[in-house]
Every structure is written in structure tokens, then in C-alpha cells.
Design a binder for this molecule. Structure first.
Ligand code: COA
Ligand code: MG
Length: 295
């Protein structure tokens, strides 16, 4: 179910934080991202790598998708991280600081060389100005590689652009939209960046809704308190599911056989709406099938 797998909530946790790795077994996040990069100090990298491998061997993460974020291949830890990640067989390996399609190809070759199973996908951080300028070519690399997911790295992008992170994210709208457009053009799943202010629940909900409106499948998170809101915002509402079911029923009605446009609940409804409705129902069913235990 990789392509339409729910990725509403993708929670980062430092690989060096044993408590967080353990707690994640009971958290209702769709995806867990075990981090070896920004959240781990240089002197803790090797221990964090070993801790992630050990926690994955122990298991207990249920249906949650597991992703390991490695250090950049240009860093002193990158290669060893990829070898360890390949052996741990996560669903995905998240590569930071991707600048070009060549970076995706290098990541792909290294994963294969390290013996990663075919199903292990490439997730790419989109967090540099060069990545935004090259985004179409990067997305197109999905045709020939394991690339499956883009993750916005808005903190790094803000740093490199010398741009301000405002509640409306005006400085990043072009980058966010370009990434979503390129992702959709080539069947890559786009996931939004993090919200740093853990205390600000209202601001967080607003930014989730903005990400949903921009077309993201879900959002990366930094704290368990953000999961529930994110899961709600990025799931179809009861009203949307009811609409989807009535559109599907209307097109399935023999009285409407062969018709390309109908009136459903007073609104013009075309075959493109049927496709949207079917997608919505399949997302809702996929979410229901996850059934995370409550914390
Ligand atoms: N994943 C899993 N569990 C987490 C967590 C996370 N990202 N963040 C906090 N927790 C756990 C804590 O271990 C604690 O568990 P406990 O109740 O069993 O003691 C509980 O949630 C409450 O944590 P809290 O005290 O509110 O936060 P903190 O001060 O321990 O940690 C941060 C705050 C920001 C350091 C922490 O949330 C964190 O490391 N977040 C992820 C950072 C990251 O990975 N960044 C890289 C990508 S941007
Ligand atoms: Mg980063």
C-alpha cells in the first residue's frame, strides 16, 4: 500500500533518545522518522546508529511506517549510516541536503550496494535552494530509482534563503508549491515541514491546514502533542467521505450509465470528481486499516 499509504503524521525523534524510540511504540503517528542527522550531536552519532538498529530488531512498532534519516553522503557519517540503515530494513531511508537528480541516483546506488531490500524507498529532504531550482529533475528521478517521498525541510530552507519564518509562510509558498507540483507530476508523495513552537497549538493547527490546502499528504512533526491535530487535519472529514460515497453511488446507478456529468446534491459532478471521490474513500479506508492503539 506504499503509494496511498497514509502519511498524515511523520514524527521525528533523535536516534540518541532511547526514551523517545520506546515511546513511539505507543504513539498514533503514521510514520516514525528515526533521526541520525540534525537532532544528533556529532559525538553521539555512532551510539544513535546502534540504538536505531537495536530498536528495529526489537520491533513492536505495529503498522507504523519506519524511516531512518541518515547524515548527508558528503559527511563523515553518511556511508556508515546507509549501510546500517540498509541492514535494518526500514520502509524508507531519508536523505538530507538533496540538491539534484544525481544525488538521488547516488543514494539509490549506495542503498543497493549496501544490500537494502528493493522495497526500501528513498525519501528526500527538500531543504536547499538548489533543490527547489532542480525540483522537476529530482522528482523525475522517481521513474528510475527508489525515490518515493519528498519532505520539506523548512528550517534549513529559511536559513539558506535568509528568509523569515512567518505564520503565513509567504517566503516559502513558491518553494512549497513547486515541490508539491513536481511531486504530483511524477508520483512522489510530498510531506510538509515542521512547526517549531511546540506550545502553540493554535498556530500549529493553522499551519497544518495551510499544508493540506497546498496539497501535502501530511506533515513532519517534532513532538507527540502534535500528532492528534495533524491526523485529524490530514484525514478526510465525515462530510467529505459522505460526499465521496454519494458521488460513487450516483455514477454506479444504472440510470446514469454512460453519463460523464451528473447533478449530485445540487452540484455539477463530472468523472474527474468520481476519481477524486474514489481516492478519498481509498484514503479513508487505508486510515481505518491502520487503527493505531491510543496512547
Ligand atoms: N518522539 C517521541 N517521543 C517524544 C518526542 C519525539 N519527537 N519528543 C518528546 N517525546 C517524549 C519525551 O520523551 C517524553 O516522554 P515521557 O512522557 O515518557 O517522559 C514526552 O514525550 C514529553 O516530552 P517533553 O518533556 O514535552 O519534551 P522534551 O523536553 O523531552 O523534548 C524536544 C523536547 C524538542 C527536545 C523533543 O521533543 C525532540 O527531540 N523532538 C524531536 C527533534 C527532532 O528530531 N528534530 C529533527 C527534525 S526537525
Ligand atoms: Mg535539515
Amino acid at each position: 500500500m506504499s503509494a496511498n499509504r497514509p502519511r498524515r503524521s511523520c514524527l521525528y525523534m533523535p536516534g540518541a533518545n532511547a526514551k523517545a524510540l520506546d515511546k513511539a511504540r505507543t504513539l498514533p503517528a503514521d510514520t516514525l522518522i528515526f533521526d541520525l542527522e540534525d537532532a544528533v550531536a556529532p559525538e553521539a552519532k555512532a551510539d544513535a546508529r546502534a540504538a536505531i538498529v537495536a530498536t528495529m530488531q526489537q520491533g513492536g512498532y505495529g503498522k507504523r511506517e519506519i524511516v531512518i534519516r541518515v547524515n548527508a553522503l558528503s559527511s563523515e557519517w553518511g556511508r556508515d549510516d546507509v549501510v546500517a540503515a540498509a541492514g535494518a530494513k526500514p520502509h524508507g531511508v531519508l536523505f538530507p541536503k538533496i540538491d539534484s537528480a544525481a544525488d538521488i541516483k547516488a543514494a539509490d546506488a549506495l542503498l543497493t550496494e549496501a544490500g537494502a531490500p528493493e522495497e526500501t524507498a528513498i525519501w528526500a529532504m527538500i531543504e536547499t535552494p538548489k533543490a527547489i531550482l532542480n525540483i522537476q529533475k529530482i522528482a523525475k528521478a522517481a521513474k528510475r530509482t527508489r525515490l518515493a517521498v519528498f519532505v520539506m525541510g523548512t528550517n534549513d530552507l529559511a536559513k539558506d534563503m535568509h528568509a523569515a519564518q512567518t505564520p503565513d509562510r509567504s517566503a516559502f509558498l513558491a518553494a512549497l508549491s513547486m515541490t508539491v507540483i513536481a511531486a504530483r507530476a511524477y508520483g512522489v508523495t510530498p510531506i510538509d515541514g515542521v512547526w517549531n513552537d511546540i506550545q502553540d497549538a493554535e498556530g500549529f493547527e493553522a499551519i497544518c491546514r495551510q499544508g493540506l490546502g497546498l496539497g501535502f499528504d501530511g506533515k513532519t512533526l517534532i513532538h507527540p502533542s502534535q500528532i492528534e491535530t495533524c491526523n485529524t487535519v490530514f484525514a478526510p472529514t465525515a462530510g467529505e467521505i459522505a460526499w465521496a460515497r454519494s458521488v460513487i453511488a450516483a455514477f454506479a446507478d444504472p440510470a446514469n450509465a454512460g453519463k460523464g456529468v451528473l447533478k449530485v446534491d445540487g452540484k455539477m459532478t463530472e468523472l474527474l470528481h468520481l476519481a477524486q471521490a474514489e481516492r478519498m474513500v481509498s484514503i479513508a479506508e487505508a486510515i481505518a486499516s491502520l487503527s493505531h492503539p491510543s496512547p
